[in-house]
Structure formats: C-alpha cells, structure tokens
Design a protein around this ligand. Sequence first.
Ligand code: C2E
Ligand code: CA
Ligand code: CA
Length: 948
Amino acid sequence: MKLPSRFFGSRVAGRLYLLFVLAALLPLAVSDWLAATAVTDLAREMQKNSQTRATRQVGMQVFERLTSAKALLATLPDVELAEAGAADRIRLPVASRKVFSRLVHFDANQRANWPAGSGNELLAEWRSADHGGEEAAPQALTAEAGSVQATVRIARQGDAPARILMASTVGGRLAWIGELNAEHLWEPVQDAAIDSGWRVVDGHGRSLVTKGDVDLLPAADHGATDGRADLLLVRTALFLGAEFGASEWEFIEQRAAPQARWLGLPLSGWLALVAIATVLLIALVSQRAIRHMLVPLERLTAGTRLLAAGASSTRVAVQSDDEFGTLGNAFNEMASRIEAQFGSLTAMSAIDRDVLAGQPIEHVVGRVLEQLARLYPDLPSAVCWRSAARDDVLHQLVREAGKAPATELSVLPLDAAQADAFAAIDGDSQVQGAAADAPWCGALRSPEVASLQMLPLGWGEGTQALLMVGLPAETGQLDLQPAVELRDRLAVAFSARERERVMLYRAVHDSLTGLANRSGLNEYLDRLLDADPSSRHAALFVDLDHFKDINDSLGHEAGDAILCEAAARLRASVPNGALVARQGGDEFVLVLPQVDAAIVSSIAQRVVDELVRPFVLRDEQHRFGASVGVAIYPQHGKDRIELLRHADLAMYAAKQSGRGRFELFADSLEAAAHERLRIPRELRRDMDLGKLVAYFQARVNPADGRVTSVEALVRWQHPERGLLFPDSFIALAEESSLIEDLGNWMINEACARMTLWRATHPSLQRVSVNVSPRQLASGRLPQVVREALQRHHVTAQHLELEVTESLLVEDSGDVYAQLSELRAMGVCIALDDFGTGFSSMAMLRKLPIDVMKIDRAFVKDLDTDEAALAITRSIAELAHSLGLHLVAEGIENETQARMLRELRCHEFQGYLYSKPLPPGDFSLLCSAREISARASDGVSLEAAAAPS
Ligand code: C2E
Ligand code: CA
Ligand code: CA
C-alpha cells in the first residue's frame, strides 16, 4: 500500500498507522477464512451423510420392490396351458397389476400361452434385453429342479426410457416374463427427488431413470461433477447379481452444496462485514492515539529546532501526565540551563572580544561588573587593580546593589604597608569585621553587607587585582562559581594587558641596556618631528672606538658590561627629556630635542669626554673613546631618515679623522659618502687595467745609512684624479674581497722587484709587504706566498709580512697557524703600528713574530712629548727582551733619529731617509746610499786610524 510520504504531517505517524491497520487486517482475514472453511466443510459433511443415507434408503426400497415382484412371480401359477380353457382358470392376484404392467406365461415349449392372444414379442424382447452390465446371471446356471428363480433384464428401444423386465424360471424352464411397472418400481426415487436430482444407472453407467434437476449429471460420466463446489454428489451401489442375475445399479443423488447463512446473508458476508467494521474501528482508534502522541512530539521537535537556531528562550507546552509530559519538562529545564549558559557565554565572549580588541582595562572591568549585576542583582561588587604606572595607588570600579556599574574610575591612594597588604591577599576567601577595613573594601561597606567574598588575581608577583562581592548575612544557596569564572576571565584580560605592555616595551627597548632600540628611536623621532617641526633637534651618532677588540679578547660578557656602563654614562651626559637609544652593537644615538648649536657642541664634547674615561673591568682599566657624529634638524636633515644618515656620516668622518672626537655634519661628507660607493667600483676596474703601482720606502741601517730593507706601499694611478694614496682606498678595499687581490698582487710585485735588486744591491736583505686581516682570514696566504716566492725565485728569508695588532687579537687560531706556517717557511713576520692597538703582554709572548715596528704616532712626538718618549722606550725594551728586531717608522728629523738610536732600534724608516719611491727611483736611492755609506766607512776608518 502506498501512503502519502507525510501522513498527519508526519512520516512516523503514517508508518504507525499502516502498521496498526495491517496488524488488525491480517489475523482477521486468516480467522475469517478458517471459520468460513470449517463451517462449510462441516455442512458439506453433514449433507453428504444425509444424502448417503437417502440414496441407501431409496436403493433399499427399490430393491424391496424388486424382491416383492420376484415373490409375486413365484406365487403365480405355472400351468401347462396346452389344454384349452386352462388359461381361464388363472386368476392373478390384484397386487400384480400394480407391480407389473405386463405379464406373459410361457409353456414348456416356450410359447406364450397366457393371456390369450399374447404373442411372443415379449420373449423376443427378453432375449434382446441384457443384464445391464458384465455380470452374468449365475443363478440360471445353478438352478435346481423345482425351484423358482427370477432374473432381471433391461430392455431399451431407441431413446425411450429403459424398461425393466423380470423373468421367472421353474426348474430351469422359463415360466413368466413381466415388465415391471416403472411407476411402481421408481416410486421411492420419485418421492425422494424433491429438491435434488436423481439418477439410477446400470453397470454400464447407462441411465435407468432420472428425476429432478439432473442437468449436471452426465449419464455416462462417473464423478464428473465432483469438481463443482456448489453441488454435492453421492452414489450408492445396489448389488443385484445374487438375487436377480443383473449387474449392480448405482443410485446417484445431486444436491446444491450447503450454505451457512444468517438473517438471509451468507456467513462469508457476515465475516467480511465484521472484518471491515473491526478495521475501521482500529483505524479510528489508532488515528486518535497517534494524534495524541504526535502533537507533543511535534511541539518538542519545533522547540528543539528553535533552540538549535539559537532561540534559547524557547519553551514547549506539553501538559500530559505521561512520558511526553516528562520529556517536555526535561526539555524546558534543559532550555533554561542552556539559556543561562548562553547568557554567560555571551557575556564571556563579549569580554574576550574586548580583551582581543585591546579595549582599556576599565572597559573590560565594566563588562565584568555588568555580568555580576545580572548574576547577583542584589549583591554589590567591585574590582580594584594596581595602576600600571604608579605603585602607590589602586584603581577601582564599583557597582552598588541594584544599580548599574559606576563609570567613574576611583583612585585609592595607598601607603607602603597597604600596598604590601594588597599584594599579600592570597587565595579566595571571605572576610568580615576588621579584616574588611582595608581601603579597597570601603566602597562595599553597608549595613546589608555582612562579609566580602575576595577573589584575587595576580600575574606577576603578588596580587595585582581583586574582584569583591558583598554578601548578606544569609546567603542561602549562593553559587559563586560564575563569579570565579568571571574573575578568571578578568585575569586573562589583565595578563593580556601586561603581556602587551611587556611586548610593547620589548619592541622598543634594548634588552641589554634598557635603552630605546632602533624601533624606539624611530618612533620617538617621528613623534618629535611630527609634534614640533619648527624647533631645532639634534641627533648624535655615537660609536665606541675599538670596542670590537674587547669583545674579541675578553668575551661577550665583558663587552656587555662595557656597553651597559657606556649606556649609563651616555644617560648621565644628556639633559632630561633627551632620548638615549642603542642602535645595535657599539652604536648609540642620542636625540636632543629643542636645542641650539652651542649646546649641542658642548653635549657632544661631554659625550666624547665621558667615553674616553677608562672603563674598569675585573680590576683592569680599558680605554676606548668614541667617535660622535652630529646632525641638526632641520638644517642637516628634513626627516628622520636623512637626519640619522647624516649623523652617521658625521660619525664616520670623526672616525676617519682620528677617532675620540665629534664631527658636525657638512655637505662635503655626503660627497665623501658617495666616494665610498664609487671607489671600490673604480678600483676593481683599474686593478684589471694594471693601474696599481707599488712604491718602495727604504729602511736603513741606523749606523751607516745603508738601505737594508724596503717596505712596499701601494699606489693607484687614477685616470682622472692622478696618483692616489692608500689612505683613500685601502679601508674601502678592505670592506670587500678587493683587498685580497690587491694584497696578492703586491706580494708578487715585491718579489719580482726583489729578484732584480738582490743582484744589484747586496745590502738589501728584505722586502716587506703589508698584509690585511682579510687576506689571512681567507686562509690562502701561505699558498699565495709560496707560489710568489717560487715564481720569482726569491728565498723566503728575503720576504717580510707586516701585520697589525688588531689581526692578532681576533680569536681565530687559524691566523696563528698560518703565521707559524709562513714563519716555518722562513718568511719574516712584523708587527706593524705597535702601541696603537690592543695587545697584552701575555699575547705578545705567544705571537709568531720576528719584527716589531714602533708606530709613527709615538715617533712623531718623541722630541716634544715626555709620554711618547716613555712609551717608545718601554716598547723598545719589550722588543729587546723578547729578542725582536726593532724598526722605527716615521722618522722625520735627526732628533728623533738620535733618540731612537739611543733606544737601540735596529732599523730606521721615514721621510728623513726617503719617501716611498717608484721602483726605479728606489734602486737609485739604494745605490746612492751604498756609495755614501762606503764613503763614510772610509772616513770613519780613517778617523779610527788617525792618531788622537
Ligand atoms: P703603514 O704600513 O704604517 O705605512 C707607512 C706609512 O707611513 C706610509 O704611508 C708612508 O708613506 C708613511 N710614512 C713613512 N715615513 C713617514 C714620515 O717620516 N712621515 C710621514 N708623515 N709619513 C711617513 P702610505 O704609503 O700612505 O700608506 C698608508 C698605509 O696604507 C700604510 O701604513 C698601510 O697600513 C697601508 N698600506 C699601504 N700599502 C699597502 C698594501 O700594499 N697593502 C695593505 N694592506 N696596506 C697598505
Ligand atoms: Ca707598514
Ligand atoms: Ca706602520
């Protein structure tokens, strides 16, 4: 059965309904069928029995009539009717007329002799008649003499009804033949056939007599009607063989099958009626029941849908005292719990949103108080927290009972003891009496409030904030869990604020010194220039000189300590309101707002002076000094970027011009900066074009002025600017790999020259080449040197390499290894510019060096400065004590030469003897000096020989 997919608006209902109806219909149908079948079967059985009885009875009656006919035949006289008149003596009993329609007597010759005039047709008929079946007439064969036997035969003529003939024999001789009166014989059949059909058939199945409605009884077809349900057919056989020598006859009765009826209606009709009524009743009842079930179910469904869609105020009306009522109540309970939780979640998420959006903390606190007002309308509450800026005040927001939270922030001053007491509030507790006298409790004090619920929260050390709820004497069943949850939310808000503050601080502060970092500086400067664009502001770029050395030699911890000390000194050097920032490394930037040029200079000088003072580290003094560049807004830079860049350029200029000083920005510095970009490019180009030249400066024997060795110094033949000195390009070349190529070229050039000069100037022992730290850092120097020596056939002893102190303090053990390797080859190592750098005595002892060169800076002031003399003397003593070959450079006058001679320097170098010269000139110089030395050799010899 196909139901509409939604029955009563519900699929479940449709299914239930179908189920109920089917459940009723099926057993009904089965029981109806069973009842109808049983009753019908019973009725048929009963009718069959009665029919059987009837056929048997009718058969018996017919048999009786045959028997009485036989008896009648036996009583008839058997006379020899040959004699005339004998026939007249025959008197037939009255009954015979009724039994036989015709009677004929035969004499011993088988001739009809009675009644008078009767012919032999009957005999002929007898003879052509049969027994009615296969059965013979056995009694005719076994006839005893004198006994009367009777035989029945059936005569048929065309379509006429069969006639029954009976013959009697006496002692085997035919005596009488009679035709049985059909009316009399079949009277029992006649009488029985009232509402039924009858037929009597012989052994061949041929009809003997038919009565009533027999259309459905084919004469020769046994059992043909058994298949018809509306008819009932019964047969009974009548055995005639023994008595009458005939085949058996069959009595067949047919009647309409019985039908159970009540009040004129057949049983099946009644059953169908009852079934329909039952189904209708069940349909009706189940529909009502389903409706009853479905309405609350529909309401619950709709309610659930609404609830799921977020309408948390949804309730359902299911007023029944069954499970549906219980379910409805449970639903409503759940909905109200969800509503409460939803409300709390909404409030919480509003708080979260505020926290994420970075709303001010008082805003978040206000929200918390609002939610507290919703939860506990009759209880006052307050939140107080420590000010981020000051230690001695608390901020507080209060909500009085039954009112909206205050919007005004109150500020509570605290003394030190109170501040400590606030920080010491530990854990959730309830306080009352004297314990509730603290200043932060004041706002909640009232007659209704018996005690205070304290919910503290802290994110650093000690309690930082406090949520309080005022409780009445009778709290009943007060659930404080939501308040605790709100406190936790508040803790998140506070710690987010704190974290943000720390992050902000970190973002703009240097973690080592606590000064502003690069971002802090940029932010400050942008703000300053934005707020006050019309005033002059100064930016000072400060770079510690030689700071790298301490980091390298004493480690980063020492470096950090120095940086912190430097930061403190810088802070002390600038007026209030100035910013001190660390750019990174050993670079600092000072910003002096609203200043004039004179003040800037004095502050810059103060910074230089402050940083030149020695730093004490592990009981040792260290000197650095600083180079400071100054740029003033707006004249030196119209925005932050330009201002800082120009201060940086000025600082670079201060470094270039000797360090330990400050320099004010000038436009020319910008040009120099461009230069710094241009030079490496052009140097690379010109190096490839062979524009580098080696110049040679002699080192002479202090005793006779002979050239004993020579220092190779690089020059650059610039196409436009003429001959350039190393000062203008070496430092820039050192910033890239250019210096390696340059240095390698110089080594080769020096070796090449040396090969020639060795042949011509026997006094010339060594050529010395300056080596940059970068050449050693590459690790290829020993290989380069080896190849150069081989290529130009120079022995290692004739080559000297000059390295500076800075190179040696660099931590790389690799440098030591390379120098040792070179020395092992026989190459001399000289320590150049000694005294300007940062070598410790301990380090000097370990150094793989042979030569020490006193820096020009000391030599220069030797004749004027006591300190210079003292230093030079101690350097000389050091060299002697270490057994080093001592060279003094930058000698310009005889006084210097004399003093150095006294300090027992082994070689002299300086303009006094020669400037650096092109190779040809140098060669001439060697020769000239040799000649004059020889001459003076002679003089001195002569002088020695002369008598005193
Ligand atoms: P340095 O190695 O100290 O070389 C000595 C410098 O002092 C030379 O300057 C020389 O001309 C100058 N000088 C010598 N005697 C006197 C004097 O009596 N009075 C004065 N006022 N100066 C004197 P130069 O040639 O300009 O070289 C400057 C610096 O350039 C050198 O200083 C050296 O550090 C560097 N340098 C020169 N050539 C090379 C090179 O081939 N490779 C490397 N790495 N650096 C080089
Ligand atoms: Ca040198
Ligand atoms: Ca030098």
